[in-house]
Design a protein around this ligand. Structure first.
Ligand code: NIG
Ligand code: FE
Length: 419
């Protein structure tokens, strides 16, 4: 395959040759750029880059892509999604407009249980087709690696069905896909009065079956009020660790419920949501390598608080941003919109927000060695923007599609969709 030379790049953004695997505190503002640049992509790898006054001599055959007026960025890493689902849930959206809360709807059998009922009726093939379509759209919107959770099955058969869909997506997707088992997303109807029984089912039946088919990379629990307690979460995480599944958990979305503490106590790779994060949670995270992940599109859609990421950064923590794409709390996976929300609502600078969605996202998926920055020998999963003034235009122009082309494994993916 011919090499590819990107030329006349207005600004090459997010360069990092330091070898660091995440950026914390004030270092989240570090965002190295090179004006009037070129990038040499060899097969699927960033081979070299430099400025146009110093173009390399490439002897192998190569194609040229003129990037005049464009920024070239590392692709977004979306470390938290639920893109395998059967149906949208706009009826609940209307209920919330009329005054019901997310928790009230869930307690009445809506929410996650509504999605589980619909998913149990859909075939694996049909679920796969729908998720594959979503994934292709996300790639065109600049997502260059993704995590996908189960959690709308809530029975042995249906959790396995979801995870098999994710395994098929992994096999076919051009970008890295990580699979997370979220059997403990909600207590299903059949176990309404027997939550211990459901936890036992997860531990005794789901985990061994998932292990036997190598269906998961990580273990998630929705540790929050009305869902799973910290003690239940701890038991589930201990059971999962026996199968080598590291925790990535949902915590502190609905209250100060101990999710952060249990995540840190079990060396979670990340703890995600964090809308309710105070001094105690920050102090706890500072003692750990657990990545705090904020999901501003969920806060936007549900009208709940935004995670206090400015306070976290001021305390010296790293922050990651992800989409949380799912039919209940975040029916959109566009990372460009997450970028806008992070700047507009959470007051991150464009540079901090970009680090949160690239290098820190790669950390949250254990992909820092291959993705997350413009670095020699990392994978050429890149975003080429339309002609723009500079980085700040991207979050500023909220809702606009600022992407002209995406490169995945060094190849242009055509047909970027606009709104
Ligand atoms: O991350 N909070 C827990 N789970 C999902 C929402 C699930 C749903 O409502 O379907 C989330 O927001
Ligand atoms: Fe989620």
């Amino acid at each position: 395959m011919a090499d590819l030379l990107l030329i006349n790049i207005k600004s090459l953004e997010g360069i990092d040759e330091s070898g660091r695997i995440c950026k914390k505190g004030s270092a989240m503002q570090d965002w190295q750029t090179l004006a009037n640049a070129w990038v040499w992509v060899q097969t699927d790898i960033i081979k070299a880059y430099g400025t146009m006054d110093n173009l390399p001599e490439i002897t192998a055959p190569y194609e040229t892509l003129d990037c005049s007026g464009s920024l070239v960025l590392p692709s977004f890493i979306d470390s938290h999604t639920h893109i395998v689902f059967a149906a949208s849930r706009e009826e609940e959206f209307v209920m919330r407009i009329e005054g019901k809360t997310y928790e009230e709807i869930a307690a009445a059998g809506g929410g996650i249980l509504n999605s589980a009922a619909k998913l149990s009726k859909m075939s694996e093939d049909h679920l796969f087709d729908a998720a594959w379509e979503r994934l292709q759209t996300l790639i065109q919107w600049g997502t260059g690696a993704i995590e996908i959770k189960s959690g709308y099955g809530l029975s042995v058969a249906d959790e396995l069905k979801m995870l098999r869909v994710i395994k098929r997506l992994k096999a076919i997707a051009p970008i890295p896909v990580k699979a997370t088992f979220l059997g403990a997303h909600a207590v299903p109807m059949a176990y309404k009065n027997n939550r211990e029984g459901y936890i036992k089912l997860i531990i005794d039946e789901m985990l061994p079956a998932i292990h036997a088919e190598a269906l998961a990379d990580y273990m998630d629990v929705f540790c929050d009020q009305g869902f799973f307690t910290p003690t239940e979460t701890a038991n589930l995480l201990v059971a999962a660790s026996k199968y080598g599944l590291k925790p990535k958990i949902h915590g502190n979305e609905l209250g100060f419920t101990g999710g952060v503490q249990v995540a840190v106590a079990h060396q979670a790779l990340s703890v995600d949501h964090l809308e309710y994060t105070g001094e105690e949670e920050i102090a706890c995270l500072l003692q750990s390598d657990t990545m705090p992940v904020a999901l501003p599109a969920c806060s936007f859609f549900l009208g709940i608080p935004y995670a206090p990421v400015r306070k976290m950064i001021a305390a010296g923590l790293p922050v990651c941003l992800a989409s949380d794409y799912n039919p209940g709390s975040t029916p959109n996976g566009r990372m460009g919109f997450v970028l806008s929300l992070a700047c507009i609502k959470m007051k991150l600078t464009p540079q901090e927000a970009m680090n949160a969605m690239t290098i820190n996202g790669a950390f949250a998926l254990e992909l820092s060695d291959i993705l997350g920055s413009i670095s020699i020998n990392k994978k050429a999963n890149l975003i080429i923007t339309k002609k723009v003034n500079g980085l700040a235009y991207l979050p500023y122009s909220f809702g606009e599609n600022f992407i002209a082309k995406v490169l995945v494994n060094g190849k242009v993916i055509s047909g970027v969709q606009s709104f």
